[in-house]
Design a binder for this molecule. Structure first.
Ligand code: BDP
Length: 716
């Protein structure tokens, strides 16, 4: 009796704790956008009671588990697995299935590519069909279906849905080092836990795979572009294999960043000259070894002759020589080379021109399985840059747009900056390189050029933090990258809405208010950090906070803010017009003439392309100095508004995520003021003008700000 009582108490305690832990977990951000497992109150979607999976494969097993688990959650009833379709069934399979082949039109079957899917609701029979050419397509269809159930269930019953991804390869780039640190990572250490592999796989890797598959990401580069040669050691390849095996059923291929000097460092060869037979055969053997253990390995990402990394130019060879040599080694296995165009050196003139100067002449010289990976802007992931002029300019070479999801220059994981607007602005910019409406998206996703494979990459913001991304708001940037990689024509606002609804609440007031904040958030960061085309004003090395005055004795000039803002007693801005570095010449018309003329240049890029006097008249009649003050002030006002809006959202958000986000927004407001004061007070030493009286006065002193040393330790 006594024993039993004790057991009951212990059990009760156990369940109480377990419940508490579960409740806490559900609100700590660990569930990403899988949090809000309820149906919208006005649910008018398909009838659902059972799941039929007509075929077998590891991916179909996942689909089965995902559907039954999610549907149990959504409909608070046990979903049955059935062998045959009945009223209420969700029926999943490939077009080879007879029932599916009869139900889906021949045209839609024809229109579905290898990762595409069709979702059809048979209204009379009350059966939902999710069908595709492959199990992978069915997986994407399943996630689309579940997303629709939670955000717009009527879409499923109202018409047949046919989707195909725009880019063939939708890849995350992890800048994860083998020692577990993450370069430019603001969400804790790397999730791979190399030390524990190959014996033990971090269970979070499975959750990671699921999250990626749910937004269509199908590739991942596991290690930093500043690559350690060790990743290619046999012992590491065994670890990579275990990760690749875990990701495979989710349709995710593994890629590696490689160090160009690997033959010399690992293989003991005298050098790594890409034209030497011994170097070529070293790579051929290494590639053979990789495919032996990872048959669907994706390929290599290479940062060569950039920021001190080795490359073919060390031996007087070109980027094409280097890339082609690797491509030839990978070609028999259908592997690709993603060769980065992020190259610049201090003696090469205007940094913004260098990638184009280096790569444009090589157009036509690359193998078919070489893709050139180009950052969105010509400098480096700044809060706002014009597009890189390479987009659309290389007709015979496939370009990979590279976006940065981690917010190296937009306030780390502390500031709320939704990057959907940045990504969209970039992807929808018209390059005019092949006439009108040749947007970045269209010149890179295969619509304009005859690319055999298309690809888009995003530098991940993922780490060991319980909320994955260092803040709850930053999860949206992982999410939106995947969604836009799938379809760059989706609207950033639509994506913000669906993310908010799945992550937090169905409440329409909450969604409306917070998606408005999200849509404005990146512009706010631009305003309080680098308005009107300013760029690269951030702190030395760690890149956090303002340091427009930064001078480091002996430093590369192109790593210093003064190289970029060029503030002096006359004015401010980098003259890249035809009277300056002439970076404008790299753009097609009419962009070239537009950027070249300060009167025609969009004001958001004004100081990117022009050095203008402090009293230059802006389109609204204000003088440039005053406009700068207004922009910085507006940024602060926006950040304050975001915080105030969030404060009103308490009733819609669980306690922990509400509090943690509030804290981040407090930091953001404080730091927006820091940025405003630092930049205005510093630029004022040149302009010698007053801050307009109607604007808030700086709260800091310039000297005090200059003395401030930002402490990175709490950020990793
Ligand atoms: C810069 C980062 C640096 C990266 C580099 C790159 O500061 O850490 O290694 O880009 O993309 O933005 O290679």
């Amino acid at each position: 009796m006594r024993l039993n009582l004790k057991r009951t108490v212990v059990l009760a305690l156990f369940f109480a704790v377990a419940n508490f832990v579960m409740a806490a977990n559900s609100a700590d951000g660990s569930k990403l956008w899988f949090t809000n497992f309820t149906l919208p109150s006005n649910y008018n979607g398909p009838k659902i009671s059972s799941v039929v999976i007509s075929e077998k494969s590891p991916t179909f097993d996942l689909i089965h588990n995902e559907l039954t688990g999610s549907l149990d959650n959504l409909f608070s009833q046990k979903t049955k697995s059935k062998a045959k379709a009945v009223a209420g069934s969700v029926y999943v399979g490939t077009f080879n299935d007879e029932f599916i082949a009869q139900a889906i039109s021949a045209e839609n079957i024809k229109n579905s590519g290898s990762e595409g899917f069709v979702i059809k609701y048979l209204a009379n029979e009350e059966i939902t069909i999710i069908a595709a050419q492959t199990d992978k397509g069915c997986l994407y269809g399943t996630y689309h279906f579940l997303r629709a159930l939670r955000t717009n269930p009527q879409a499923i019953t109202s018409s047949e849905i046919v989707e195909n991804p725009s880019y063939d390869r939708r890849i995350l780039n992890h800048w994860d080092n083998l020692d577990g640190t993450v370069e430019r990572g603001y969400a804790g250490h790397s999730i791979w836990l190399w030390d524990e592999l190959p014996e033990k796989l971090n269970p979070r890797i499975i959750e990671y795979a699921r999250a990626n598959a749910s937004i269509g990401i199908n590739g991942t580069v596991l290690n930093n572009v500043n690559a350690s040669p060790n990743i290619l050691k046999a012992e590491y390849l065994q670890k990579v294999k275990v990760v690749a095996d875990a990701l495979r059923p989710y349709g995710i291929q593994v890629y590696l960043s490689v160090n160009f000097s690997s033959p010399k460092i690992l293989g003991g060869l005298p050098d790594s000259d890409p034209l030497k037979p011994a170097v070529k055969s070293w790579w051929e053997n290494k590639v053979a070894e990789i495919y032996q253990i990872i048959p669907d390995f994706g390929g290599f990402l290479v940062k060569a002759n950039s920021e001190g990394q080795p490359g073919p130019q060390d031996y007087g060879r070109t980027h094409a020589d280097g890339a082609n040599m690797l491509a030839d080694a990978l070609n028999p296995y259908k592997g690709i080379v993603m060769w980065r165009a992020f190259v610049y050196n201090p003696s090469g003139g205007d940094r913004a021109k260098q990638a184009y100067k280096e790569f444009k002449p090589l157009d036509g010289q690359f193998r078919k399985n070489v893709m050139i990976q180009v950052k969105n802007g010509p400098v480096d992931f700044q809060p706002r840059e014009p597009i890189s002029p390479l987009f659309g300019a290389m007709e015979h070479t496939t370009l990979i747009p590279e976006l940065q999801i981690t917010k190296e220059y937009l306030g780390f994981s502390d500031h709320w900056a939704y990057l959907g607007t940045l990504f969209q602005e970039f992807l929808q910019t018209d390059t005019y390189q092949k006439g009108r409406n040749t947007t970045v998206a269209r010149v890179t996703d295969g619509q304009i050029f005859n690319d055999s494979i298309t690809c888009i990459a995003g530098v991940a913001n993922i780490g060991q933090d319980i909320n994955w991304c260092g803040s709850h708001s930053a999860q949206a940037n992982w999410y939106v990258f995947g969604r836009l990689a799938w379809n760059p024509d989706l609207h950033a606002k639509e994506i913000a809405n669906e993310w908010l609804e799945q992550t937090f609440s169905h409440n329409t007031t909450f969604i409306d208010e917070m998606s408005r904040v999200m849509m404005e958030s990146r512009e706010a960061v631009v305003n309080y950090m680098t308005p009107l085309g300013l760029h690269h004003l951030m702190g030395w090395s760690h890149h956090y906070g303002p340091e427009p005055w930064c001078e480091i004795p002996g430093a590369r000039p192109d790593w210093l803010p003064t190289y970029y803002h060029k503030a002096d007693s006359f004015g401010i801005g980098f003259n890249r017009s035809s009277t300056g570095s002439n970076a404008v010449e790299q753009y097609a018309e009419p962009l070239q003439s537009m950027f070249d003329d300060p009167q025609l240049c969009p004001e958001k890029f004004l100081l990117w392309f022009h050095h203008l006097p402090w009293d230059y008249t802006m389109s609204n009649g204000r003088e440039l100095w005053d406009e700068l003050c207004y922009k910085y002030s507006e940024g602060v006002t926006q950040a304050e508004r975001f915080r105030a809006t969030w404060q009103n959202m308490e009733e819609y958000v669980d306690e922990r995520r509400f509090r943690e986000t509030s804290e981040k927004l407090d930091t953001q407001v404080k730091e927006a003021i820091w940025w405003r004061d630092a930049c205005l007070l510093y630029f004022q030493t040149f302009s010698k003008r007053e801050i307009p009286a109607e604007l808030d006065k700086p709260v800091h002193k310039l000297d005090e700000l200059k003395r401030l040393k930002f402490d990175m330790t709490h950020h990793n």
